[in-house]
Write a protein that binds this ligand. Structure first.
Ligand code: CU
Length: 645
């Protein structure tokens, strides 16, 4: 064990405090550390302890099925889809080895899924029919500073000919006036220029495309860094093409090259358990947020583009009917990558941006929380958030019941590779006339990457995270809390044994348990070498599953329309206190804009519950939900899947 001296890092302090806290509760006798550990083990396995704090177990995933969980989604078949893609592993990327795993918690069966593309760091959202739309991902890995030997950058190519399209094969040379040559890295095509008007009034608008070029010669001599665009001649052009086709660039450098996004998008069909290719997005995106709208369409926001540049405000929409993407010029708005955007209930089409985000973006642009009205493309800022400069890598959740429209933001850290992290838990009530964030408590220590999971009985499990950037300095936080929005109480639960920082997730299962997976530390424990991706999956059984008999939902409709009432059967209707419709998670990079729990009105009958789905597509967007019945102790039934249309 490391020597925990007075210079012990804050994270280590917090961890020790947490352990002292738990052991303290048992009034542990003064004994040797090994005996203490054994004693601790006995205590956490006592039924009285479990009934208060819950219990963590390891899921014994067979070695061949262990994947790097970067993305996780619960499907309406009750199975969990874990997507690794290349899993932030350059070798896998170069080998074209992309992975996804399907796990069935009911039968404990595992299945590797053929993964046609590198979905690593793409975005996802559930469609009304329950398929998972996955868009974007990795086209190329980053190249760190010092590893860039040939200057490279973006070349804008124009074609002024209205008569001839242009093919640019891979390796096409671009020659500067001073003779320096840069070559394209992949094939590209330029359509013909657009021609409008007639006769003397004819107007030709050049077609343009961007390509990535690399200097032919190594070293500084090929660097171009100017504010004014330089013009380049394109090799291989014939006749008039030599005049009509040209390149322009101003930044061809030896700087670090960020990950490059891709345009590809896929549907994962839970019924066939296969990926299906659909239309490409208009822009390539790495780290986009996909959010479902009232009409079942999906908005794709932010990300790094095909050349690793921040996308400045261009957002686009997927239509499940046509399976096509369309840029929405009327919805220009810039956010940092993976912005937490939640569909709001009530009139119009509105999204609430809690301020949470992960990854990239200007420290000044798009960091303030607020309500984005999509009908007018207006943005109303919501004030009051504590630590407003520490929203990156924070967690956000729409608290239960969703009808209350209260949103919570938890933890987070400074922009980029910052040591800063905050313990802030703030809540905003959007039903108020002038909503503002109010303090709702604090975690024990500053926490980046906290995983937030709604329980069927209206609480939030907050688990994992690290106090420093990507677990640096052995800063994983092995603690778990339960927050009660009704009372504002934050209760410490049993400690998880696996740490989770970057590229980690947690989600609620249909049986009421919670799984945590992933984690991608930058370094190993003592910061002397690279970190190891965490492949273990841990399961948390919350206290509400240690309270005795569970309510049961034994039958009922598979499908209900918004506003419709359905009759479900239960052996003991009098035991049911609340009924919740919980939308399953689709989570990555602490971003989960899917999960929400809606309170349902119900009437008890003779062995039945008549349950009514609210008629508000902003509150209950069409899709598959878990229906839970909870008793007076907050013990939930096992969920029944209901398709809301
Ligand atoms: Cu990532």
């Amino acid at each position: 064990m490391r020597n925990l001296g007075p210079s012990m890092r804050p994270a280590a302090w917090a961890r020790r405090l947490a352990i002292v806290g738990v052991i303290g509760a048992f009034n542990v006798p003064v004994v040797a550390p090994w005996a203490q550990a054994e004693y601790h083990d006995v205590q956490i396995n006592r039924s009285s302890y479990k009934a208060q704090h819950g219990h963590w177990d390891m899921l014994p995933v067979p070695k061949d099925y262990q994947v790097r969980s970067i993305h996780a989604a619960l499907l309406y078949t009750g199975k969990v889809l874990l997507i690794a893609g290349s899993g932030n592993d350059r070798k896998s990327f170069e080998a074209g080895t992309f992975k996804s795993l399907l796990w069935d918690p009911e039968t404990n069966k595992y299945k590797l899924i053929h993964t046609p593309d590198d979905m690593f760091c793409g975005g996802h959202a559930f469609l009304p029919d329950g398929k998972l739309l996955i868009a974007g991902g990795t086209k190329r890995y980053e190249v760190l500073e010092g590893e860039v030997h040939n200057a490279a950058g973006v070349m804008t190519v124009s074609n002024e000919s209205p008569d001839q399209a242009v093919a640019l094969p891979k390796g096409t040379p671009f020659r500067a006036a001073d003779g320096r040559v840069y070559r394209t890295q992949e094939a590209a095509r330029l359509p013909r220029a657009a021609k409008t008007g007639a006769g003397r009034a004819v107007k030709v608008t050049a077609s343009k495309t961007e390509v990535w070029v690399m200097a032919e010669v190594r070293g500084k001599g090929s660097v171009i860094k100017t504010t004014k665009m330089k013009k380049f001649k394109v090799g291989g052009m014939q006749g008039a093409q030599r005049r009509n086709v040209y390149g322009q660039a101003n930044l061809i450098t030896l700087d670090k090259q960020d990950f490059q996004g891709e345009k590809e998008s896929y549907l994962f069909d839970p019924a066939t358990e296969r990926y299906e290719k659909v239309d490409d997005m208009t822009l390539a995106r790495w780290y986009p947020t996909l959010v479902g709208l009232k009409d079942g369409k999906v908005l794709s926001v932010s990300g790094l583009d095909a050349f690793g540049r921040m996308i400045e405000g261009t957002n686009e929409i997927y239509d499940p009917k046509t399976k096509q993407w369309t840029v929405r010029e009327d919805l220009q708005r810039t956010f940092p990558t993976y912005p937490s955007l939640f569909l709001m209930m009530g009139k119009g089409n509105r999204l609430f941006y809690t301020g949470s985000n992960a990854g990239y973006g200007s420290p000044e642009v798009g960091r303030v929380p607020g309500i984005w009205n999509l009908d007018k493309n207006t943005f109303r800022k919501v004030p009051g958030l504590r630590a407003p400069d520490e929203t990156e890598t924070s967690g956000s959740v729409l608290l239960s019941p969703a009808q209350d429209q209260k949103y919570m933001i938890v933890g987070g850290g400074g922009v980029g590779e910052s040591h800063k992290s905050t313990s802030r838990m703030d809540v905003v009530d959007l039903k108020k006339d002038n909503p503002r964030f109010k303090p709702a408590g604090n975690l024990a220590t500053g926490t980046r990457y906290p995983n937030l999971v709604l329980t069927p009985n209206d609480k939030v499990v907050i688990t994992g995270g690290s106090s420093d950037y990507r677990g640096k300095g052995d800063s994983n936080l092995l603690y778990c809390n339960m927050y009660d929005p009704k009372t504002g109480a934050l209760k410490q639960m049993a400690d998880p044994t696996v740490g989770h920082n970057y590229h980690a997730e947690a989600l609620l299962l249909p049986d009421g348990r919670i799984i945590t997976m992933g984690s991608d530390p930058l370094f190993n424990k003592d910061d002397t070498g690279p970190g190891t991706f965490e492949k273990r999956i841990e399961i948390y059984t919350p206290p509400y599953l240690y309270q005795g008999k569970r309510p049961e939902l034994t039958g009922g409709p598979r499908e209900l329309a918004q506003g419709e009432t359905g009759t479900f059967t239960t052996p003991d209707p009098s035991a049911v206190e609340t009924v919740r419709l919980v939308r399953p998670s689709a989570v990555t990079h602490v971003t989960d804009v899917e999960q929400r729990a809606i309170a349902l009105k119900f009437e008890r009958g003779d062995g039945t519950l008549d349950v009514t789905v609210p008629k508000d597509a902003g509150l209950v967007p069409a899709g598959w939900y878990m229906l839970f019945a909870n008793d007076a102790h907050g013990t939930p039934s096992i969920a029944r899947w209901v398709h809301v249309t």
